[in-house]
Write a protein that binds this ligand. Structure first.
Ligand code: AMP
Length: 397
């Protein structure tokens, strides 16, 4: 049973809160998308408005254990101050005397942002000494960073054991509620839509989803490995030769277990991998040699959209094509539209993080589905049924 921050008495307590402030920045360090910062505000308010001190820790970029000014969290702390409309204190270190002094000086109701955790290699090593040094800065541990919950780092896992009270932030709780309920007690039919480049990264998730799904729709680059496994010729499309047996096994397993595993019937083929490539819409059996499929075709799109429209729950992870190129973004866009339509008809629709989240945001439709996960790798591992270390740490008794 995981406690949520709103169930914890934080009055006068220092709440050591792991957030995900790993925001995109341009070459001048300007924040180009502050969604992750804005999304932490409800949790921070749940601490400060009830008389707690929010001691906020995060990583930013990959400084690989060394102190690099361009990865400092100071600009992020300044931005947070604008977002919350009040002062935010900044500690130039995330452990040790500087951090301890900053936290000791903080009054109830205030926010202290610690410097980048990954200025210490010990963070990613889940080093015990580093975790105890972090633990000195809090009375309560709160994790609101779902996106890093699949990593056993000091701030996401190790530190939890050294604090007497552990809880999830509101964002983390929302992720666990939506993803957990979608799989555990889905409104049926439960449909999974899987895309992305490679089958190798999705095998475990396909297999795990067979336990709960009624239908699995496969698009993206990985469809071609399935098509070759079915004996088809796919030209120069992306195929993982070393996964053909795996693809055959998955097809057979789906049949044995009565799960509908739908593989595209047509594709948008291109003469090269480029935004301005020549294109042809063809059946998957008619891809010319030297040509490659870079999106699902209109027949497949229509079939997939029909399945989604009649779903009770939809979980989507991975684009249907090379959506970064407009000419090959239609399949992905159509899936996003179908999710929106299904949502309007009362279905629960969940978009896994990573590229599908980027795609639905790019289409301006993120607000029109039930939930867009903030964690790409974490949501995939959750769907695979794996225990996330950052979640397990909150369940310690
Ligand atoms: P992943 O990181 O495995 O989720 O894959 C996402 C990437 O898959 C995106 O950058 C897409 O451009 C790419 N992708 C989708 N469909 C295809 C395709 N048919 N051929 C090659 N790459 C693809």
């Amino acid at each position: 049973m995981i406690t949520t921050i709103t169930d914890v008495d934080v009055t006068g307590k220092r709440v050591l809160t792991r957030v995900d402030f790993n925001v995109p920045q341009d070459e001048n360090g300007r924040i180009t998308d502050d969604t992750r910062i804005v999304e932490t505000v409800p949790t921070l308010r749940a601490i400060t408005e009830r008389g707690g001190i929010a001691v906020v820790m995060s990583h930013l970029g990959r400084p690989k254990g060394s102190r690099q000014p361009k990865y400092s969290l100071r600009p992020i702390a300044n931005h947070l101050a604008e977002v919350v409309g009040g002062p935010v204190h900044f500690a130039e270190d995330c452990i040790g005397p500087v951090a301890e002094a900053a936290v000791a000086a903080a009054q109830p109701g205030s926010i202290v942002v610690l410097e980048n955790l990954r200025f210490y290699a010990e963070e990613e090593q889940n080093d015990v000494m580093f975790a105890t040094a972090l633990a000195k800065l809090g009375d309560v541990y709160c994790n609101d960073a779902f996106g890093t919950a699949h990593r056993a780092h000091a701030s996401t896992a190790g530190v939890a054991a050294f604090l007497p009270v552990r809880c999830a932030g509101l964002l983390m709780q929302k992720e666990l509620d939506y993803l957990g309920r979608a799989l555990a007690e889905p409104k049926r039919p439960l449909v999974a839509v899987l895309g992305g480049s490679k089958i190798s990264g999705k095998i475990d998730v396909i297999r795990a989803l067979m336990d709960s799904c009624d239908t699995i729709l496969v698009g993206g680059g990985m469809m071609f490995t399935f098509l070759v496994a079915q004996g088809k010729n796919v030209g120069a499309s992306l195929v993982e030769e070393d996964r053909l047996n795996m693809a055959r096994e998955l097809l057979a397993e789906a049949e044995r277990r009565g799960v509908r595993l739908l593989i595209p019937s047509d594709t948008i083929a291109a003469d090269r991998f480029a935004a301005d490539a020549a294109t042809k819409t063809v059946k998957v059996t008619d891809i010319e040699s030297g040509w490659m499929g870079l999106d699902i075709g209109p027949d497949t799109t229509a079939t997939f959209a029909d399945v989604i429209h009649s779903a009770g729950t939809v979980v989507w992870n991975g684009p249907m094509g090379v959506f970064e190129f407009p000419a090959f973004s239609h399949g992905t866009r159509a899936i996003a539209d179908a999710l929106v339509a299904a949502t309007e008809q009362g279905a629960i629709t969940i978009v896994g993080g990573g590229d599908s989240a980027a795609a639905i945001t790019q289409f301006g439709l993120a607000q029109r589905v039930t939930h867009v996960s903030t964690g790409g790798g974490a949501s995939l591992e959750f769907l695979e049924g794996k225990v996330l270390p950052g979640v397990a740490a909150l369940e310690l008794t």
